[in-house]
Design a binder for this molecule. Structure first.
Ligand SMILES: Nc1ncnc2c1ncn2[C@@H]1O[C@H](COP(=O)(O)OP(=O)(O)O)[C@@H](O)[C@H]1O
Ligand SMILES: [Mg+2]
Length: 351
């Protein structure tokens, strides 16, 4: 039997391209060679696609890979992707990666792929719009206020005044569309306010100001199997910094994570899983997703960060929760591909 050619797309144009390399490398190394043929596809910083030899994914950074492209890799046009692969395992994160862009391209080429479709991916990326959708479905989200780059330029004083009236310290500022805690600031005093908004606006044209949530942070992987979405065991997060920063997320040995949770009672964990599942469906997610939030001291459950993709490094939430369900990395990757193929087979128009 001819093996299905799985294009593992990694790298990309976003601030999370190094995270993507880690994810893609791990997916590649755990792809079942009996069932699938791996085709590593590198997206460079300009969005061009290259079929790279597997040896290159062991390079440490996307820049190191880029140094080897001319000569060792094969540049392909977008439409040639159809000739190279039968299925796309999207290991990209962030802008152009899990925000609907690459999904749109794959739809046009009629190549099935992992994760949600165009609109759901875009919603998963946009923290402002996803809150509106979740609220309309009665799902609790943090209180927030959006500040556009125009607001900040043209009416800064009024905006600052409004923020100080509506939020007490500390509060959070973040870009509407980023990930991996890039551009996120915990603002502790008036002096930090402008720096927080400026930092967020470096990454997008709008910033979100959010009330501070004092509680336990959790992360939940949702996996669709045979048409039914189910939530894996939750992970409770204990950052070593003031919040869950980029270093906490990716530096080895830095952050404590408990799967199953240590301090969330079973009954609360069940309610969290219920909210997570509702959020998954409200946003139109398919295939899989990772939905993060907080459980507050008063028992309220808030959804803060629904993601249409998840980091897939060895000790990521994805593989930690899979392990808790008795699934080896190779098993869950195969299940993801099998289920995504079924989802794309049944769709009417773009996913
Ligand atoms: N409103 C908030 N209250 C408390 N902590 C927050 C809040 N917003 C973000 N954080 C902290 O910052 C981290 C990154 O923010 P998040 O909104 O999840 O952005 P990203 O998409 O970059 O992961 C979270 O994991 C959490 O630890
Ligand atoms: Mg997050």
């Amino acid at each position: 039997m001819k093996k299905l050619r799985i294009g593992i797309i990694l790298g990309g144009m976003s601030s999370e391209r190094e995270v993507s390399l880690n994810s893609g490398r791990n997916v590649h190394d755990n792809l079942d060679p009996e069932l699938y043929g791996a085709v590593p596809i590198f997206m460079d910083a300009e969005g061009r696609l290259w079929v790279i030899p597997w040896q290159l994914i062991s390079q440490n950074t996307t820049l190191d890979i880029s140094d080897h492209l001319e000569g060792e890799a094969r540049r392909i046009a977008y439409e040639d992707l159809k000739r190279e692969i039968d299925f796309a395992f999207i290991s990209l994160h962030g802008k152009y990666g899990d925000d609907g862009c690459i999904q749109g391209l794959l739809e046009l080429l009629n190549i099935p792929y992992t994760g949600p479709g165009v609109l759901a991916s875009a919603l998963g990326m946009d923290k402002h719009l996803q809150q509106k959708v979740l609220m309309s479905e009665g799902i609790d989200v943090p209180r927030s206020m959006v500040v556009t780059a125009w607001d900040w330029r043209e009416r800064r004083e009024a905006v600052q005044k409004e923020i100080l009236e509506r939020f007490s310290f500390p509060f959070f500022t973040k870009p509407t569309r980023e990930g991996s805690s890039v551009g996120v600031t915990r603002v502790d005093d008036p002096a930090g306010l402008a720096a927080g908004i400026d930092a967020a606006l470096q990454w997008d044209n709008a910033a979100l100001v959010e009330e501070y949530l004092d509680g336990i942070e959790f992360s939940a992987i949702v996996l669709e199997d045979d048409g039914e979405a189910r939530v894996l065991e939750l992970t409770e997060i204990y950052p070593q910094s003031a919040y869950y920063t980029y270093d906490d997320k990716y530096m080895p040995g830095r952050c404590r994570k408990f799967t199953p949770p240590k301090n969330i009672p079973r009954e609360t964990a069940d309610r969290i899983r219920e909210s997570v599942l509702r959020a998954y469906h409200a946003l139109g997610f398919r295939s899989y997703g990772r939905i993060d939030g907080f459980c507050l001291k008063d028992g309220r459950i808030l959804i803060t960060d629904p993601n249409s993709s998840s980091g897939m490094a060895p000790s990521s939430f994805f593989f930690e929760q899979a392990a808790s369900a008795g699934l080896l990395p190779g098993m869950i990757i195969s299940a993801l591909i099998r289920n995504a193929l079924a989802i794309h087979r049944d769709k009417k128009g773009p996913l």
